[in-house]
Design a protein around this ligand. Structure first.
Ligand code: SAH
Length: 381
């Protein structure tokens, strides 16, 4: 038996990997994620029935060795607002239905209870999240708690979760790859603020970081889920061969960069600061995503498919795009440039997009929404 003190000392000596944290705008104000996540909400809504159908079909109540009739459910990267609550409600309703169906087959199940874990980065506005939670405690069957920390690490004990869920999260890397910020590297991302897929060395640097992060995410969940437990993943990627710069989101990021350059020219921000502004965001190609998931032998891939985003063909108003990107990028921009820049930046963005209406005419390809359901293999406890 190892001495606990020694273990603690060893833990303290491990050099932590740099994990950057840029939560969405908290609170419930006009620019908050809570009020500006309609696009993400629509994505969640588009797989509501699919989640229900796949849990009913794939969850084996006997194999998950459910103790004390308590389900443990986690939402990784929950942010603030009704999106995470909708997801959890759907999962709980489905589990209840699953048990009712089993009862009609003669299996007796006692009253179910649900332990729900809301995970996000430490800086996430958990206060607002908790204030907006339905009054779970009144019915005494749902017990909620917050779990702060990066989902690229272990967050739960081994074999402790029955269902994990994450949506609209995994394009956020744990960090921007170092080389894309380094002027002397061949992977220096001189002309963009994220991976456009125009320069192979840049793409490779982002791809390597993505693979590293995704492997870590899957490995952590493989330890946390009980054998037979399910992991639901909803997110965005690119169909193979599509370049980020050709999608409407790629065009938006490009326009944000142009506005930053204009602001530097006007002396509002420093040129070097614009040069070093590189987002830790990467849209993987579908096959890259599949490869990483397949590499981890702990899960069977039960479903991995494209799901059309309900708003895919909708030309958005400038106001909609501005609110959406502002709620997502505010934290990162403020941290890099300091306060007060966000208003000016999105004001310029609005004027620019109204002037040249170029977002949709410049976008010739589409990104892709995917839905994945993984099941932890029974022999991997
Ligand atoms: N799941 C919600 C929120 C998506 S926004 C929805 O679908 O609407 C993306 C969220 O992922 C943000 O709240 C962000 O803080 C969180 N996130 C990004 N990287 C993370 C990490 N490494 N660990 C935990 N949360 C992370």
């Amino acid at each position: 038996m190892r001495n606990f003190g020694v273990v603690l000392e060893e833990m303290a000596n491990v050099k932590p990997t740099l994990i950057q944290s840029y939560p969405m705008i908290g609170g419930d104000g006009p620019h908050s994620y809570l009020r500006n996540s309609t696009y993400q909400k629509a994505a969640i809504e588009s797989v509501r029935a699919k989640i229900k159908e796949t849990i009913l079909a794939k969850l084996g109540l006997k194999t998950t060795k459910l103790d004390l009739n308590t389900y443990k459910i986690a939402d990784f990267g929950c942010s603030v607002g009704s999106n995470t609550l909708d997801v959890i409600q759907n999962i709980i309703e489905t589990l209840k239905l699953k048990h009712q169906q089993e009862e009609t087959k003669g299996n007796n199940h006692e009253h179910l209870e649900f332990h729900v874990f809301f995970n996000d980065q430490t800086d996430n506005d958990f206060n607002t999240l908790f204030k907006t939670l339905p009054r779970y405690h009144l019915d005494r069957e749902i017990f909620a708690c917050g779990v702060p920390g990066s989902f690229y690490r272990r967050l739960f004990p081994r074999n402790s979760l029955h269902i994990g869920h994450t949506s609209n999260t995994l394009v956020w890397l744990s960090t921007t790859p170092e080389d894309v910020c380094n002027r002397n590297s061949q992977a220096w991302n001189k002309n963009s603020i994220l991976c456009t897929n125009l320069v192979e060395q840049v793409t490779e640097a982002y791809r390597n970081q993505f693979k590293k992060d995704m492997r870590a995410f899957i490995a952590a969940r493989a330890q946390e889920l009980v054998p037979g437990g399910l992991m639901i993943i909803l997110g965005l990627c690119l169909p193979d061969g599509v370049q980020m710069i050709r999608t409407w989101k790629g065009v938006v990021y490009d326009m944000i960069r142009d506005c930053l350059i204009d602001m530097a020219k006007s002396g509002i921000i420093k040129e070097e600061k614009v040069e070093s502004f590189k987002l830790p965001i990467y849209f993987p190609q579908f096959s890259e995503l599949k490869e990483v998931i397949e590499q981890n032998g702990c899960f069977s891939i039960e479903v991995m498919e494209e799901v059309k985003h309900p708003m895919e063909d909708m030309p958005f108003t400038d106001g909609f795009i501005i609110s959406m990107f502002r709620a997502m990028l505010h934290g990162f921009i403020e941290e890099h440039f300091g306060g007060g820049v966000v208003d000016e930046l999105f004001d310029r963005f609005g004027k620019k997009s109204t002037r040249d209406r170029s977002i949709y005419s410049r976008a010739s390809q589409k990104d892709m929404q995917y839905f994945i359901l993984l099941k932890k293999k029974i022999d991997r406890s």
